[in-house]
Design a binder for this molecule. Structure first.
Ligand code: ZN
Ligand code: ZN
Length: 281
């Protein structure tokens, strides 16, 4: 996985997920920081319409039209259907950006909708799921899902030569089954996710605005500890990325890291320090 993450609660959040050229959310500063890399973006998936997640759209849409790069490459922006703020922006851009050289497409999504990223035997797609954030504001999270194949349970203990023989006899389809693996899950802003929505994902990006429940005035966001609980229940395989951390905790992150290390979790936990661009290899 290769990704670039910027997230500071209230200010700006965006994640560029390089394997599928996806930008998850589009907070301010994204084009300023990514520069010519913005031409690599194929899809933008917006989690909701709060300013800290969409304020970079004006820059992105215009830079893709004017900077040095393939200014004719189309851009698809997906958003939660019925979202008021995004809908208002779409009409603003329709009125003000009449001379775009490329095709800009806005696509509303409902929970459960799928968007194909890659076709074929190892198809990859985005699956949208509902999150709970603020009243009257539709919001979505997204799984990057991959179709994989494995031996059916009854064939798993056979010796390798036997499997090879069956495959040579043209029985590959008969002895294998399809399953779906989530590679990367991004939930945007949300109260703690239902772990079943991201079950078994390799990498979970869960928001963690607060360190403690007392700092949370309204039940709109999650704490670090709730996010870790979600990741445990979801049986995250590789890594939990905690983003949307409030800048009030900037000086407490080292200590927090040590505390988390002491928990002996079965996955890696990465904190995104507010205000820093983090590159993930
Ligand atoms: Zn936010
Ligand atoms: Zn929000």
């Amino acid at each position: 996985m290769k990704a670039i993450v910027y997230s500071k609660a209230l200010y700006s959040t965006w994640i560029y997920y390089a394997p599928d050229r996806i930008l998850f959310d589009c907070g301010e500063g994204v084009s300023t920081i990514l520069e010519n890399k913005v031409f690599a973006i194929k899809h933008v998936f917006l989690s909701h319409g709060h300013a800290d997640h969409i304020s970079g759209l004006m820059g992105l849409i215009n830079i893709r039209n004017n900077a040095m790069g393939d200014t004719e490459k189309e851009l698809k922006i997906y958003y939660p259907a019925g979202n008021f703020f995004v809908s208002e922006l779409i009409s603003y851009f329709a009125r003000t950006n009449r001379n775009l050289k490329y095709e800009l497409e806005w696509i509303p999504l409902q929970p459960g909708d799928k968007v194909t990223l890659l076709q074929g035997r190892h198809a990859r797609y985005i699956e949208a799921f509902a999150t709970i954030h603020s009243r009257g504001e539709t919001s979505l999270g997204y799984n990057v899902a991959e179709v994989r194949h494995r031996l059916k349970p009854e064939y798993r203990d056979l010796p390798q030569e036997e499997i090879v023989r069956l495959v040579r006899e043209g029985k590959k389809e008969e002895i294998t089954e399809k399953y779906v693996q989530y590679l990367f899950s991004y939930a945007g802003d949300s109260v703690p996710l239902n772990p079943n929505l991201v079950k078994g994902t390799e990498v979970l990006c869960h928001e963690a605005t607060f360190l403690s429940d007392e700092d949370r005035k309204e039940f709109k966001h999650s704490t670090v500890w709730e996010a870790i609980e979600v990741a445990k229940k979801a049986e995250v395989q590789k890594e939990l990325i905690l983003f949307h951390i409030s800048s009030r905790y900037r000086d407490e992150l080292r200590e927090l890291e040590r505390k988390i290390e002491g928990m002996g979790l079965p996955f890696k936990v990465r904190l995104i320090p507010p205000g820093e661009v983090v590159e993930i290899e």
